[in-house]
Design a protein around this ligand. Structure first.
Ligand SMILES: *[C@@H]1O[C@H](CO)[C@@H](O)[C@H](O)[C@H]1NC(C)=O
Ligand SMILES: *[C@@H]1O[C@H](CO)[C@@H](O)[C@H](O)[C@H]1NC(C)=O
Ligand SMILES: *[C@@H]1O[C@H](CO)[C@@H](O)[C@H](O)[C@H]1NC(C)=O
Ligand SMILES: *[C@@H]1O[C@H](CO)[C@@H](O)[C@H](O)[C@H]1NC(C)=O
Ligand SMILES: *[C@@H]1O[C@H](CO)[C@@H](O)[C@H](O)[C@H]1NC(C)=O
Ligand SMILES: *[C@@H]1O[C@H](CO)[C@@H](O)[C@H](O)[C@H]1NC(C)=O
Length: 428
């Protein structure tokens, strides 16, 4: 078997060589096409055109063998003399083409002819990076497009970026930019687009070019599959029922132009008492689960399309629904709590502030003059002690530490007078 397999290509090659020789012997020539041109026909779209070689004999069937070389290698064959290709063009584009002559069940090739589009000017580091785009679909099926990116490392501060999107033959420039701290555009939103996420095989082209006084800004292009970047809407009308210890959750499919069967769901069931979270998956529109009804649960659901309906970005989780004993505080309650806590914090800070002001201006001792006799000796004792300790240091640091001690002294005075008052009160 292996021998047959390995012999076959050899035979085929021999035969073709034989045919070629035969054709050459018959004076049949295979000539490459002429006037092969590349034209940018839209954003990230190239029109390839060529003419049959005028010297090629017309009474044989010819085809063309095209090979896209950059940005990505892609070979294909066509009988036409033109074709369009969608590809990112910021690194240039090149392709080659040759004639194929079909004769007596075999084919003979011409030489290649090549054409190139130069990469646009500008250093790579001036073009945007980390481009990411998300599509949101509204209930009426209009799609909005949101993109963000980072300015290139070498993009001067005055760089102005411009974003364009193309979908089919429709091209539009962004009108709603968001900016970084140098006022450079780094985000864009189109609140209404022609994008239809239900149309497969269509791509979204994003083209971001720019300008600066100081240098050329290299454009950047990226192709997106609309379905893959669509943020799915969350499930609708979620309801939960509890019958004894059987939890039943029901919901409706998200707002979408896709069929109900397309969707899958994740349930996020959190048991507050046990601090335990379960993530469950289903393709149905309801779910039942037996639970411990002495516990409190919160339930959230999110949706995505299954892979056979081309997966998007997972929806947000729905608002949590609570069920079971120990119902959590309602939003009104929690608001009241917030107010209460804010009030407490306010009272505490006012009290603290008052205390600090009292201390600073010695209000305390003015309001309640200390009884002088017993603690003066205590203060002197303390001062002497700390001064003696600092004596051991060099003379340079001594003054500093000495003045420190003086400050400390006045502090000690306040403190000890307070202490004294307290102890006096206690004595009473
Ligand atoms: C190729 O282009 C040249 C110059 O543009 C033109 O004169 C010639 O007729 C073209 N050849 C064909 C086969 O169209
Ligand atoms: C076209 O084919 C016919 C026979 O198939 C042949 O006689 C003729 O010479 C061919 N024409 C040219 C220009 O080679
Ligand atoms: C076609 O090819 C076969 C073998 O591949 C050969 O026997 C036959 O003579 C060829 N016919 C012509 C018209 O060249
Ligand atoms: C940008 O993308 C690069 C590579 O994809 C990544 O390493 C980097 O963390 C991203 N930067 C930010 C700010 O997201
Ligand atoms: C950016 O691209 C658009 C669309 O191709 C073009 O009209 C515009 O002149 C370009 N701007 C700069 C600064 O290159
Ligand atoms: C959700 O419930 C409301 C009222 O019960 C109803 O009008 C609406 O059609 C429901 N939505 C879906 C998607 O079933």
């Amino acid at each position: 078997m292996a021998i047959v397999v390995s012999i076959f290509p050899v035979l085929l090659w021999r035969m073709m060589a034989f045919q070629a020789n035969l054709l050459q012997a018959k004076g049949i020539q295979v000539l490459p096409p002429v006037n092969f041109t590349l034209t940018v026909s839209a954003l990230a779209e190239v029109l390839l055109q060529w003419k049959p070689n005028p010297d090629q004999e017309k009474n044989h069937t010819v085809e063309y063998n095209v090979e896209i070389m950059t940005p990505e290698w892609e070979p294909y064959e066509t009988k036409k003399t033109c074709s369009t290709r969608t590809a990112v063009l910021h690194n240039g584009f090149s392709a080659r083409i040759r004639t194929l002559l079909l004769y007596n069940n075999s084919q003979i090739e011409s030489n290649w002819v090549t054409a190139k589009l130069q990469a646009p000017p500008g250093a790579v580091e001036t073009s945007v990076t980390n481009l990411s785009c998300v599509i949101y679909t509204a209930i009426d099926n209009t799609a909005s497009l949101h993109c963000t990116w980072l300015a290139g490392k070498e993009a001067p501060e005055d760089t102005k970026y411009f974003l364009f999107y193309r979908y089919n033959s429709y091209t539009e420039e962004c009108q709603e930019y968001s900016k970084d701290k140098w006022e450079r555009n780094i985000g864009c939103r189109f609140s209404n687009t022609y994008i239809k996420t239900s149309e497969t095989d269509e791509v979204i082209v994003i083209h971001i070019n720019g300008s600066s006084k100081y240098t050329a800004i290299k454009p950047f292009e990226q192709l997106f599959n609309p379905q893959a970047i669509e943020k799915v809407n969350p499930p609708r009308n979620v309801t939960v029922f509890l019958k004894q210890n059987n939890l039943l959750i029901m919901w409706e499919m998200p707002a979408s132009s896709f069929l109900e069967d397309c969707f899958e769901y994740e349930l996020n069931i959190y048991n507050w008492k046990m601090d335990y979270r379960q993530i469950l998956e289903t393709m149905l529109n309801s779910f039942s689960l037996s639970i411990d009804d002495t516990c409190r649960y919160s339930i959230q659901i999110r949706a995505n399309r299954q892979s056979w309906c081309s997966e998007g970005i997972w929806s947000d989780w729905t608002e949590p629904l609570h069920i079971g004993k120990n119902q959590p505080r309602t939003p009104v309650d929690s608001k009241a709590y917030t107010v209460l806590i804010a009030l407490l914090v306010f009272i505490c800070s006012v009290a603290l502030l008052t205390a600090i002001i009292c201390r600073k201006y010695h209000l305390w001792s003015r309001l309640f003059p200390p009884i002088p006799t017993p603690h003066n000796s205590l203060k002197n004792l303390f001062l002497n002690k700390s001064y003696q300790r600092t004596r051991n240091f060099t003379s340079e640091t001594e003054t500093e530490i000495g003045s420190c001690c003086e400050d400390l002294g006045s502090y000690v005075e306040d403190l000890s007078s307070d202490v004294l008052e307290d102890s006096c009160n206690m004595n009473y």
